[in-house]
Design a protein around this ligand. Structure first.
Ligand code: UD1
Length: 396
């Protein structure tokens, strides 16, 4: 049996989610993992450097979509991926996270019909009679199964594009791999049947553990003369923080104040860089003595900063999880999070620009509550996914 599995990657936070699964599937003789890059992120430092760090081959198929409005990006991915689906006919499509491409590929894969006539005309492809047991046989024909990795997360904030992507993806996917119990609960509250849900843990921790030694071997914080455990790492890219001039102005002001006590290093996402430039805020950050603005970093160097920092100030999803795993205080500039275990069990605090300085001062005033690493965030998630795939393979 040869099960063709598409692993969809699109944007920076996706690459560390597909890498452990690609490596694990490559060792299985029944599986052929195929990496599909939609091209939503395309700068070398937003994409290629991650493939190198995560020891991934170049994408087998690149859709080259690039930037655009939500509808443009989603539509372009759907059109391009539908063609790839018809030409390559995978048995299983794995989508990860919550970016536009995640939703677009889910829509394309759950609506496709592998045409019966085409199937029987081609000797290279499965025929209806001997199609893979893993391909979903529905009333109109055949389509691949779709699995969502990082399913069930909800911020309950539909102004976030990611929340829409999560809801659509989870309502269509056939297999839902969740990272934490809240994910299972959210899905069941939305009427998803239990049989579709497998709690597998947090796949990002697999990447972190795979590269722990390489991360520790770097000294990037020293290159920037930052004191070990005495600096903060800042990342911001959410439209709610960086697209509005008044909010971004306030945030810059607060960061400059914080940097008078604790030096901050701030790798700039392209969206944030563009906003800072157009709102003429770059020079005020550049001239602050305690702030170092840099280009986006590769995975290993970025994680070396996180391993050695005193705190993270962020609006990223992944950094909330990585800091919880590592026990590093994290201040998340958002009113909500789709990753509540990082707050209830981990080191994460939700803040706004007005209370950020106070929250930091309190966190370092001596009294810190006990935190813990959530269950199944252990570097073994890819192995549990392999078992889940084998289980579904037997039961389709
Ligand atoms: C996307 C995801 C977000 C994720 C983030 C991680 C959606 C809706 N958003 O947001 O969930 O947290 O990725 O970074 O899918 N750009 C470049 N080079 C690149 C990529 C982007 O210059 O390689 C610039 C372009 O001007 C683009 C803008 O950044 O228009 C935003 O990129 P886009 O992929 O639309 O959204 P992100 O803000 O990166």
């Amino acid at each position: 049996m040869n099960i063709k599995i598409h692993l969809i990657a699109a944007a920076r936070p996706n690459f560390m989610k597909i890498a452990p699964l690609y490596h694990a599937l490559s060792k299985e003789d029944w599986a052929t993992p195929v990496i599909i890059h939609t091209g939503q992120h395309y700068d070398i430092n937003m994409s290629d450097v991650f493939f190198k760090d995560l020891r991934l081959p170049s994408p087998h198929i690149h859709l080259g979509i690039g930037s655009g409005s939500h509808a443009e990006q989603t539509g372009h991915v759907m059109i391009a991926y539908e063609k790839v689906l018809m030409e390559t006919r995978p048995d299983l499509v794995v989508v990860v996270g919550d970016v536009n491409s995640t939703m677009a590929c889910t829509l394309a894969a759950t609506k496709i019909t592998y045409n019966h006539a085409m199937l029987s005309n081609s000797s290279n492809h499965a025929t209806p009679a001997n199609h893979s047991p893993f391909t979903f046989h529905h009333s109109r024909g055949l389509r691949p199964l779709v699995a969502h990795l990082e399913a069930g997360l909800r911020s309950f904030d539909r102004t976030m594009p990611e929340e829409i992507n999560r809801i659509v993806t989870d309502s269509l996917a056939d297999i839902l791999w969740t990272p934490s119990p809240d994910g299972d609960e959210n899905l069941q509250n939305e009427g998803v049947s239990k049989e579709k849900i497998d709690r597998v843990g947090n796949i990002m921790i697999d990447s972190l553990e795979m590269l722990r030694e390489a991360i520790k071997a770097q000294n990037i914080y020293k290159d920037y003369q930052l004191p070990k455990k005495g600096f903060g790492v800042v990342t911001l890219h959410r439209p709610s923080n960086v697209d509005d001039p008044a909010t971004l102005f306030k945030l810059c002001d607060v960061l400059i104040n914080i940097s008078k006590k604790t030096p901050l290093i701030f790798p700039l996402h392209p969206r944030t860089k563009r906003s800072l430039e157009s709102f003429r805020l770059t020079s005020s950050l550049e001239s602050a003595e305690g702030i170092i603005l840099i280009e986006p970093l590769n995975y290993i160097n970025f994680m070396n900063l996180i391993f050695n920092c005193r705190m993270a100030i962020t609006d990223s999803g992944g950094i909330q999880e990585e800091t919880t795993y590592l026990g590093i205080p994290c201040f998340t500039l958002r009113p909500n999070t789709e990753r509540p275990v990082t707050v209830t069990q981990g080191t994460n605090q939700l803040c706004n620009p007005e209370d950020l300085e106070n929250r930091i001062a309190q966190a370092f005033s001596g009294k810190t509550g006990k935190t813990m690493v959530p269950e199944l965030w252990d570097g073994q998630t890819a192995g549990r996914i392999i078992e889940s795939i084998k289980f579904h393979l037997r039961h389709v």
